[in-house]
Design a protein around this ligand. Structure first.
Ligand SMILES: [Zn+2]
Length: 273
C-alpha cells in the first residue's frame, strides 16, 4: 500500500498544480502585478448599515414587503453593490476600496473624515456614494404591507422611477465624473431595462459638500416603486450591468484626463520647439 501511495501521491500533486495553473486566467494574475490607473483611486461608500443578529441597523431605508415577498433593505443592497464595485474597479486596473466596511451605520462626519484623510495623501481620490431612492408618501400610493410601509406597485400609476446622480452645487470636477458615469448608465443599464436615467442633479448633501475630493452620489432606482425599480434593483443581471456601467464611465473619465494631459504636453513641446 505504502509503495503504491509513494508512486501515486506525486502524480496527484503534479496534476493539481497543472490544473491550478491552467485555471488561473491572466486577468486574475494581473490584479497583483499591475500599473494602477494614473488618475483615479475610488473611495466607495455604501449607504447605511447592514444587519447585526438579524436586526437591520438603519431605521426606515427599506422597501415595503411586496405581495410576492420581495423586500429590499437599502443598507444590505448598497454594501453588496459596493463590494462588487470595488472588485470590478480593481480588475479594470483602478485602485478602489470601501470606506465603511463595518456592519453598523457610521456617521456622515466619520465617512467624510476617512475620505478626506485618504485624499490628503492620494490626490487621485474620488468618492462614490451608493444609494437607492425612496419617494415621500402621497395619496397615490396604492400599496401597504403588514408593517404599514407604503409603496407604488408600478411607475405607471405614479411611483417615482429611475436612476440619478447628485453632485455638489456649482461647477466642480465632480460634474465631469457624473457626466461620464451618467452617459454610461444611460447607454448600458437603461438601454436593457425600462429603468430610465433621470439625469445629473445638484444638491447640498452634507457628504458632497464636505468631502475635499470630487464626490458623486448615485441613487439606483426607487425602493418605493415595485415595477420596474424594485424588480431591477433585485435582479442580479441588472445589478451587474449597473456596476459595469459605473466602471466604464470612470475609465472614460480617466482616459479624458490622460488625453487632456497629453494635449497640454504636446502644446508645451510645440512652444518649446
Ligand atoms: Zn440611502
Amino acid at each position: 500500500m505504502k509503495k503504491i501511495l509513494k508512486f501515486i501521491l506525486p502524480v496527484i500533486i503534479l496534476a493539481i498544480v497543472i490544473i491550478a495553473k491552467i485555471s488561473i486566467s491572466d486577468n486574475e494574475a494581473l490584479i497583483v502585478n499591475r500599473q494602477s490607473d494614473p488618475n483615479l483611486r475610488v473611495l466607495v461608500v455604501a449607504g447605511h448599515g447592514e444587519q447585526i443578529n438579524s436586526s437591520y441597523q438603519t431605521a426606515g431605508k427599506q422597501s415595503p414587503t411586496w405581495e410576492n415577498g420581495l423586500k429590499i433593505y437599502e443598507g444590505i443592497s448598497n454594501k453588496d453593490l459596493a463590494e462588487n464595485l470595488v472588485i470590478k474597479l480593481k480588475h479594470a486596473g483602478i485602485d478602489a476600496q470601501i470606506i465603511n466596511p463595518e456592519l453598523r451605520d457610521i456617521s456622515l462626519q466619520a465617512r467624510i473624515n476617512r475620505i478626506n484623510t485618504i485624499y490628503s495623501y492620494d490626490k487621485r481620490s474620488i468618492a462614490i456614494f451608493l444609494h437607492h431612492n425612496a419617494q415621500a408618501y402621497n395619496k397615490t400610493a396604492d400599496y401597504f404591507d403588514k408593517q404599514n410601509l407604503y409603496g407604488w406597485t408600478s411607475a405607471e400609476i405614479g411611483g417615482a422611477t429611475g436612476t440619478e446622480i447628485f453632485t455638489s452645487k456649482g461647477f466642480t470636477k465632480a460634474d465631469q465624473i457624473a457626466k461620464y458615469i451618467g452617459n454610461s448608465i444611460s447607454n448600458q443599464q437603461s438601454a436593457i431595462s425600462n429603468l430610465k436615467f433621470r439625469g445629473l442633479k445638484e444638491a447640498n448633501f452634507f457628504v458632497l459638500k464636505y468631502t475635499s475630493c470630487p464626490a458623486a452620489l448615485l441613487e439606483f432606482g426607487f425602493m418605493t416603486t415595485k415595477v420596474p425599480d424594485c424588480m431591477v434593483i433585485s435582479d442580479s443581471l441588472h445589478r451587474e450591468i449597473y456596476l459595469q456601467s459605473i466602471v466604464s464611465g470612470l475609465k472614460q473619465y480617466s482616459n479624458s484626463i490622460s488625453n487632456q494631459q497629453l494635449a497640454i504636453n504636446n502644446q508645451q513641446l510645440t512652444i518649446n520647439n
